[in-house]
Design a protein around this ligand. Structure first.
Ligand code: ADP
Ligand code: MG
Length: 111
């Protein structure tokens, strides 16, 4: 279970997320919808740790992960597939997929 509770996120003086809460249950697809600029990407960046939150909490499997580094969250299974072409253009498709192996033990590195 992934639980986001009452998070606030700022880009300088501009507030992008205001008191956002969300629950995502295992085995279910949780969808966040909204027009351009409402903060969907900011919410994902906050959950994976790419951008810090000012307040609130992010719980994953009962533990507060909001203070963890992105690679520590990745190790726990939290990832983010961005829209657009945020890939490594000089790598093959297979090599691009394998970049996600970084935080995993060797035995867990299967596609
Ligand atoms: N790096 C940034 N610096 C300043 N403002 C940003 C940055 N990224 C996004 N924003 C602003 O934060 C708001 C939410 O953007 P975003 O999370 O990208 O929305 P969405 O993904 O729903 O389109 C928008 O007003 C956007 O202009
Ligand atoms: Mg977006």
């Amino acid at each position: 279970m992934l639980k986001v509770k009452d998070i606030n996120l700022y880009y300088g003086a501009a507030q992008a997320l205001r008191g956002v809460s969300l629950s995502a249950e295992p085995g279910k697809v949780t969808c966040v919808l909204g027009r351009n600029g409402v903060g969907k990407t900011s919410l994902l960046r906050a959950m994976v740790g790419q951008y810090p939150i000012a307040s609130g909490s992010i719980m994953f499997d009962g533990a507060d992960i909001s203070g963890l580094k992105p690679y520590e969250r990745a190790r726990r299974g939290i990832g983010f597939v961005p829209q657009g072409r945020e890939i490594f253009p000089l790598l093959t498709v297979e090599e691009n997929l394998k970049t996600g192996f970084g935080p995993l033990k060797r035995d867990d590195r299967n596609i």
